[in-house]
Design a protein around this ligand. Structure first.
Ligand code: 3HC
Length: 308
């Protein structure tokens, strides 16, 4: 079979809703695009542990600490499933990690913002994990089998992350006026960056056309952002919080919200590495990796011993 015939067969399988598996023929562009997207996703899970890890010693109760610890450990697991899924496409774990540690690969823009108060930890769970969940539920339908299967457990855990964040925010809203203000301030800080997480609008998204054609992505950035807004605004209103967007309008006929402009200058600046915390996150991540050297060495020695 020549490449043209192979491509036709590949696209026919995608259009029939079949999953593509690691040993199947696939266009080089499909493979490269998936490695890029899955590895960025994996890096986001791992870097996402950093802002929350900073709050473990400051959680206000043992219950809150246990919940936060469980969430952070889940994120490490998500990173591992995703690195494994990327490895099935013929790239090594070392290369993947090297791309993160040298700044060659991206991770989600959202993790370059500071967490000023405990309410920010609630906002991360509610908004950031909420946005991640909306995106990832749609990725359960991605055409690449290992990625789609990794999403099943990840989405269940993201739902828990989202609920615990909302519960934390709800508790602050039911507390003193100062506590409620903390929740509102956190919402004000995290709303815009959470909307940016979905990536540029359809006109400015470089990869969407190809990714939608090959069902790497099941939905466009814009449509997922809209779903997130429709889901989250009523949750804010239920707690007496105000979404920081004066142009937000509900349209009862379509049951959707229209919203004001998103700050894309800020977004592109952050993904170029100039966000508030890009340099610090990379430094901390590199230090953590170096500190884990002895663990990798011990695991390697154990594996060698059991091979003999
Ligand atoms: N942060 C950083 N970079 C982003 C971005 C974001 N929020 N959104 C878009 N970009 C980058 C793209 O990577 C691309 O750059 P590149 O060509 O150098 O890779 C460029 O901006 C143009 O964007 P596109 O729309 O063309 O990119 P995609 O088609 O890849 O769409 C995406 C972006 C929607 C993020 C998509 O990649 C995706 O769905 N990825 C999988 C999900 C994911 O990565 N989630 C991370 C969220 S955090 C998380 O899950 C952790 C959880 O525990 C909270």
């Amino acid at each position: 079979m020549d490449d043209k015939a192979r491509l036709e067969e590949f696209e026919a399988r995608i259009n029939a809703g079949e999953k593509i598996e690691p040993k199947d023929w696939m266009p080089e562009e499909y493979r490269k695009n998936l490695i890029r997207m899955i590895s960025q996703h994996a890096h986001s899970e791992i870097v996402g542990m950093l802002p929350e890890g900073n709050w473990l010693t400051r959680a206000p109760s043992l219950r809150r600490k246990l919940v936060l610890l469980a969430k952070i450990q889940d994120e490490a697991g998500h990173g591992l499933y995703l690195y494994n899924a990327a490895e099935t496409l013929g790239i090594s774990r070392e290369e993947l990690l090297d791309n993160l540690h040298t700044g060659k690969a991206k991770y989600s823009s959202i993790f370059n913002y500071p967490t000023h108060t405990w309410a920010d930890i609630g906002a991360i769970g509610w908004l950031v994990d909420g946005a991640a969940m909306v995106n990832q539920v749609s990725l359960m339908r991605t055409s690449y089998g290992p990625y789609a299967r990794a999403m099943v457990r990840i989405c269940k855990e993201e739902a828990f992350h989202n609920r615990q964040g909302y519960e934390l925010i709800a508790e602050l809203c039911a507390g003193t006026p100062e506590q409620k203000q903390m929740a509102q301030d956190a919402l004000n800080r995290w709303w815009g960056p959470s909307l940016q997480m979905f990536g540029p609008d359809d006109k400015h998204s470089v990869h969407s056309e190809q990714s939608l054609r090959w069902k790497i992505k099941a939905e466009s950035n814009e449509s997922l952002r809209q779903k997130f807004i429709n889901m989250t605004v009523p949750q804010a209103e239920a707690r007496g919080l105000t979404i920081p967007d004066p142009e937000l309008v509900f349209h009862p006929e379509t049951k959707t919200y229209s919203y004001g402009p998103i700050n894309w200058d800020e977004f592109f600046n952050v993904i170029k590495g100039n966000g508030f915390l890009n340099k610090q996150r990379l430094k901390t991540r590199n230090e953590a990796h170096d500190r884990g050297h002895w663990v990798r060495q011990a695991a390697e020695a154990y594996a060698q011993k059991h091979k003999q």
